[in-house]
Design a protein around this ligand. Structure first.
Ligand code: ZN
Length: 141
């Protein structure tokens, strides 16, 4: 079993393709290693339709994966995309939010919502036992 907070696939490797889309290059990815592949798949779906999409954040919120992005860089005059494009982008990120609710954020195996900490997390049985009460981990890009 992989210990919480560690991974044989470090975020620097798995999430490297996302870094090029970060609006703020010093941003960090606030998710556990169990969700790296989900975040990468979300990126692949987004980049297929929006090659220049702009990434603001990848994080865990209410025990789910949150990806905040715009379809492309905005211009000085404002948003440079249609409502339909924004809607399609939100549909993609919402789908990965939904998928993450069944994946352990620590190890990537099937997980469920755990309410035993001050912070709600999606974890498998093993990680529910292993992740400490303060149990938040993060990965720098
Ligand atoms: Zn787990």
């Amino acid at each position: 079993m992989t210990a919480p907070g560690s991974s044989e696939w470090p975020s620097e490797t798995v999430l490297e393709p996302l870094r090029r889309h970060l609006r703020y290059p010093s941003s960090e990815f606030w998710i556990g290693p169990g969700w790296y592949q989900l975040a990468l798949r979300c990126h692949e779906v987004l980049v297929a339709e929006f090659p220049d999409y702009v990434l603001f954040a990848v994080k865990q919120k209410w025990a789910a994966l949150v990806v905040q992005a715009d379809p492309r860089p905005s211009t000085p005059n404002g948003a440079d995309w249609t409502k339909e494009e924004a809607g399609r982008l939100r549909a993609v990120t919402a789908e990965f939010d939904r998928l993450s609710r069944a994946v352990c954020e620590s190890c990537g195996r099937p997980g469920t919502l755990r309410g035993t900490r001050h912070l709600r997390l999606t974890l498998c049985d093993d990680c529910e036992t292993a992740v400490p009460p303060g149990g938040l981990w993060r990965a720098a890009p």
